[in-house]
Design a protein around this ligand. Structure first.
Ligand SMILES: Nc1ncnc2c1ncn2[C@@H]1O[C@H](COP(=O)(O)OP(=O)(O)OP(=O)(O)O)[C@@H](O)[C@H]1O
Length: 205
């Protein structure tokens, strides 16, 4: 059995434009678990995710990965973030985008070919990303999670633009990832169904 990984948040505070979004926020997530952040528009979910990724400094408190502060290479190797923007290069093809993602990380669960099948983009290899629909771009953006090995997925509204089938596919892929001792932290305004998974929910006021 692999070592239990943990993301530990202690007494976190985030202030934007003199407004306290959250304060004294503490929680733990371990391998095999998911954390769902809920809250109204503007409640600070994206800001919290950016702090968890190490993209933004908290105003107080700390974020630890396996007991160590996240400002180090080990954390960044093991974490993958998909934000509001798709993070794919629109001037490149689907295949070129996935090749870049592969080159930047360690090999993941699936090959590029298998990944394209999983997200129903087989046959789109040579298509320029700028020609894809919004939902297809989102599928490609999330596909990058499958071709590299990152234990912690941090996902900001991953289901935006996805149709019902796309949502079901990614819910199933998250369940697989978590069952392999992975960990997912996400925000979603959609209801999510992660069968058999221990999902913690935190609601930001
Ligand atoms: N770059 C920024 N500079 C200044 N304030 C910001 C910035 N980004 C967000 N904020 C402010 O921080 C607050 C929280 O924004 P955030 O994006 O974290 O909310 P959210 O809960 O993710 O919202 P949504 O559900 O609409 O995505 C908002 O009041 C917003 O105006």
């Amino acid at each position: 059995m692999e070592r239990l990984l943990s993301l530990e948040v202690k007494n976190l505070c985030c202030i934007r434009d003199d407004r306290v979004l959250f304060d004294n926020l503490s929680f733990n997530v371990s391998s095999g678990q998911a954390l769902l952040l809920e809250g109204q528009n503007g409640s600070g979910k994206s800001s919290l995710l950016k702090i968890l990724c190490g993209f933004r400094e908290p105003d107080a408190g700390e974020v630890l990965w396996c007991g160590v502060e996240i400002n180090n290479g080990t954390f960044f190797e093991q974490m993958a973030y998909v934000g509001h923007l798709d993070g794919v290069k629109k001037e490149l093809t689907v295949l070129e985008n996935l090749k870049i993602a592969t080159a930047l990380g360690k090999p993941g669960y699936y090959s590029i070919e298998e990944t394209l099948e999983k997200v129903y983009l087989s046959g789109y290899d040579d298509v320029l990303v700028q020609s894809l629909s919004a939902g297809q771009k989102r599928r490609l953006s999330l596909a990058r999670l499958l071709i590299t090995d990152n234990k912690l997925w941090i996902l900001d509204e991953p289901f935006t633009s996805l149709d019902k089938e796309g949502i079901a596919i990614f819910e199933a892929l998250m369940v697989d990832h978590i069952a392999r001792e992975g960990m997912v932290v996400l925000t979603s305004h959609h209801d999510i169904t992660l069968h058999g998974i221990d999902v913690q929910t935190i609601r930001l006021a």
